[in-house]
Design a protein around this ligand. Sequence first.
Ligand code: ZN
Length: 318
Amino acid sequence: MVASYERGLAEVGDGVFAYLQPDGGWGWSNAGLVSDGEATLLIDTLFDLELTEAMLAEMRGAVPAAAQIGTLVNTHANGDHCYGNSLLSGARIVASEGTAAEMSELPPAAMAALVEQAPNMGRLGEFFLRCFGRFDFEGIEPALPGETFSGELELRVGDRDVSLIEVGPAHTRGDTMAWLPSERVLFTGDILFNGAHPIAWAGPVSNWLAACERIEALAPEAIVPGHGPLAGIGDVRELRDYLNHLYGQARHAHAEGLTPLQAARRFELDRWADWGERERLVVNIANVYAELDGAEPPNALEAFQQMAELALGEEPAG
Ligand SMILES: [Zn+2]
């Protein structure tokens, strides 16, 4: 459960804005805008065209220069951070190599097809619609990055510096954060879900812990998470502690011979009991198992099947 917060633009530094979408659950992602009054940089688009257009309209209202956004950065490949890209015609699109490669694997048309098929897919389909049934993926053209990097990339937005810092693979293969050293504002992408369970699609979780340490070393004054309300360094410490707790519990369950689903059902949530999207636990546990076994983590379909089982398995059918 997340403290209530408002949808829309919030200025987090001089000319630096977060765009927030409560409640931060599945698909309800945040984005960012950096402007010096003339040049503009957008950090992430939203899950569908309608949501992205509403965001861009609000940005143009606050910052006239946002009528022609010069640079778009995608923090990672999940559709809730890049499916609106096609509305940014004329912008250069920048992402890490890992992100660019992953982005072409699940295009919007594939999500539209899955939503259409979901009613015939049993519990998996029911869970999928619960997560994504509110979004409109029909007719979205993908727009992929034309410029890639690995490691770090320094960008200029007029007279402002923006450092892109790749910390993946963790949530996805190419997770990237955007850091404004002068304003001390950090956009984490989905390295931070504030008030909800993270989900390790890629992992390993050890990389995610290293990302938390990297954030703490930067000592940002304002943190815009990929989902959830504006955050502070304390929220990053909470995530680091959660990931360590996850490691401990998952190692123990692995040694006992429990399946990830059994381990998730028994998981002691401790002080994270009120975090949203608890079903992600099973994917995170499976990711630690894969690391321990030297195996591949579950693919997205297997992950959704396990989450559907955890989320709906205890509910009566129907
Ligand atoms: Zn996301």
